[in-house]
Every structure is written in C-alpha cells, then in structure tokens.
Design a protein around this ligand. Structure first.
Ligand code: SAH
Length: 358
C-alpha cells in the first residue's frame, strides 16, 4: 500500500485512531525497514555516564534545578569497564550519554575515547549535549564515530520554552547537527512526542525535518512527565483535558503516537538507523518489540553499573525498563518475532549511500 507522505498525509496518519488503518501504516514501515536495512537489530550498549547537567530543560529530571537529584559521574575506569562489557555481550557500539557536565574536560573525554578505540573494536557514539565545535572536532580525532543530539521539537517557540539557553549561548541544535555532519560524524537526532504545547502540525514538521536533515539515526520516544520539573503541572493539565476529550490540537504522549512517528520516520528515511527507545518501553509493556515491528532496527541495552541506574532519572522509573542483555536472551527474544542480532558496528546504511554519491 502507498502511504501518503505529504504534510497533509502525515498529519492524517498522526490523527488516525482506527487500529485497522494503523496496521497498514505499520506493515508498510516494517516492509520498508526489511527492504532497506534488513532483519538485523543492531545492539548499542548505553553508558549513562553522568547526571550532572548545567541545563534547565523543562522536561528533564536531571536538569540543574532539580535539587532532589543525587548527582554522580563515572570514573574513567568505570567507563572502560562498561565498554568492555558491551563488547563482551557482542554489541557493536558503545553509546556514552550524559548531562552537560562541563567539569569534565574535552581532553579527559579524548583520552577515554582513544582508550576505548584502542582496546575494543566498538564504534563509539557520544551523546553529551551541546558542546563547543572545537571539542567535537577533538573527539572525532580521538576516534568517536557518531553523535546523538535530539532537536527535541522542530517548533522554535516551543523549543525555547522547554529548552532554555545555557552558558550565555543561544541553543541551536539544528546548527550543531550541521557542524557534526561536517566534522564527519554519523549524525543522530530525534524528538519527544507529546510535550505539552506540541501540536499535530508540530509533529508533522518534526517528521519532515528527519528527512531534510538526512539523519543517520533517529530517536523517538513519548514525553514522560517527571514530577520535579517545570513541565509537570502542564502535563497534568494536558492529561486532564485528554480525559475530558478536549485535548484540541495537542498531540498526546502515548506509545501509539510514538509508534506512528517511528513508522513515519522509517518511511521518510528508509535507510536510517532507528532505535526502539526505552521511553517507548516505559510507556507501554512490550514497547521494545512494538517499536522494532513498526520500523525500528536498533536496540540500546543499558550497560551502566546497576548502582547508578536509578540516578539517571530523566523520567521516573527509567531504571525499571530494560531490553534483554545477554547475547543468548537477545537472540531468543529477537527470533520470536523474526529478527536476528546485528553483527559488527551497525553503521548507517544512509551514510554509505551518501559517501558513494560524493
Ligand atoms: N544531555 C544530553 C542527553 C539527554 S538524554 C542531551 O541533551 O542531548 C537523551 C534524550 O532523552 C533527550 O534528548 C530527550 O529527548 C529525552 N528525554 C529527556 N527527558 C525526557 C522525558 N522526561 N521524557 C521522555 N524523554 C526524555
């Protein structure tokens, strides 16, 4: 079936609630996924490096202003151990993610990246927020392969409201994504679905941005309200309006809506790597499998030491969600819906095409 990917078509799908119609969207995304990136599910070990952050994002539980958050940062040896664990578990990539922890120097990170590249065959993905182009260049030189930086929402007004500037600099993630691409990183971005104030029209714009940015990786998850954040009160109001059938143009933070965005992202960007996210699994039991059946081809099992996991609470109870971790469990689980664990680094098929056409 041909799926209408014009702005009006995309909006129609985002508003669609009929399960039979949605099944057609999901089947189309699954077929495009199989044709373009195959049945392999790439495995990325996620290291939640630090919850120390200078920013005040309205959605995020580890924002600087959350005085209730107990802060931590991994030691260099711990980061190394996590990377070695990821390799031992058979994953092809380690993802180093954290708050904007500016007390860690670019040099320190350069050393860690170098050591991981020396001691393992892993691809290294960084997700450390908005850093200076010089630092990003330095980490690329040290061997980093990819960078994840979600633009969160393509609506500039909403973005400024939920993601204030920090450090006296205007936050421009779209510009940073271009910088990352120019530096030679595989570039990943993405959005939350259902942030208070986000409309259907905004979500259409987000989906079209995935394509115009020509992303290598696209991460999509439902927005999950955290009580110690400014957006929480608004999220309660949205939920109350939704319960009364009066949500208006607001797109709701449901697992279903996140799945629709995953499916649309696959159709718009057939060769991109698309993870089935932890947030999706937090919003609905079985969410990891659901995402993989509706366009996604990547899973990011958490390899952070257990004692830190509850502290990386970007949303509540995140630590309770995890995909299977061992190669054996992953293999059995993936086979139960016709998929196989990816081998090797799982580089972006889109990046390969881009390189060929140069
Ligand atoms: N400091 C890094 C990493 C942030 S965590 C950065 O800002 O890029 C990775 C992603 O988690 C964020 O980009 C955001 O899209 C998502 N996230 C944060 N808080 C969330 C919440 N309350 N609900 C759902 N997703 C959230």
């Amino acid at each position: 079936m041909d799926i209408d990917l014009t702005p009006a078509g995309i909006e129609g799908w985002l508003r669609e609630e009929n399960p039979e119609k949605l099944a057609m969207l999901y089947a189309a995304a699954d077929a495009v996924r199989r044709e373009n990136v195959g049945d392999a599910v790439h495995l990325r070990g996620l290291v939640e490096f630090s919850n120390i952050c200078r920013r005040q994002c309205g959605y995020c539980g580890i924002r600087a202003g959350n005085a209730a958050a107990r802060r931590y940062r991994l030691e260099r040896t711990e980061v190394l151990e996590c990377a070695l664990l990821a390799e031992k578990l058979g994953y092809g990539t380690v993802v180093l993610q954290g708050g904007e922890d500016f007390s860690v120097t670019a040099e320190w990170w350069g050393g860690v990246i170098r050591e991981i590249k020396e001691k393992t065959a892993l691809a290294v993905t960084l997700s450390l927020g908005e850093r200076h182009p010089d630092e990003l260049a330095r980490w690329k030189e040290a061997g980093a392969d990819r960078y994840l930086l979600r633009f969160e929402t393509g609506n500039p007004r909403l973005y400024r409201r939920i993601h204030p500037d920090a450090g006296g600099e205007v936050s421009d993630r779209l510009a940073l994504l271009r910088t990352l691409r120019a530096l030679g990183y595989e570039t990943g971005s993405g959005v939350m679905v259902g942030v208070p104030g986000q409309t259907f029209a905004d979500a259409v714009r987000d989906a079209l941005l995935f394509r115009s940015l020509d992303l290598d990786m696209i991460g999509i998850g439902p927005y999950l309200p955290h009580p110690q954040t400014p957006l929480y009160a608004e999220a309660r109001e949205v939920a109350a309006r939704a319960a009364a059938g009066a949500a208006g143009e607001q797109i709701l933070p449901t697992a279903e809506n996140a799945c629709k965005m995953v499916a649309l992202a696959r159709l718009l960007c057939p060769r991109s790597n698309i993870p089935s996210t932890t947030a999706l699994a937090a919003a609905r039991g079985g969410g990891h499998e659901l995402g993989l059946r509706r366009g996604a081809n990547v899973i990011m099992p958490n390899v952070t030491p257990a004692k830190y996991r509850a502290l990386y609470a970007i949303y509540p109870e995140k630590e309770k969600i995890d995909a299977p971790q061992s190669a054996e469990d992953l293999g059995v689980w993936l086979a139960s819906f016709g998929r196989v664990p990816g081998r090797g680094r799982g580089d972006s098929a889109r990046a390969a095409v881009r390189a060929d056409s140069r």
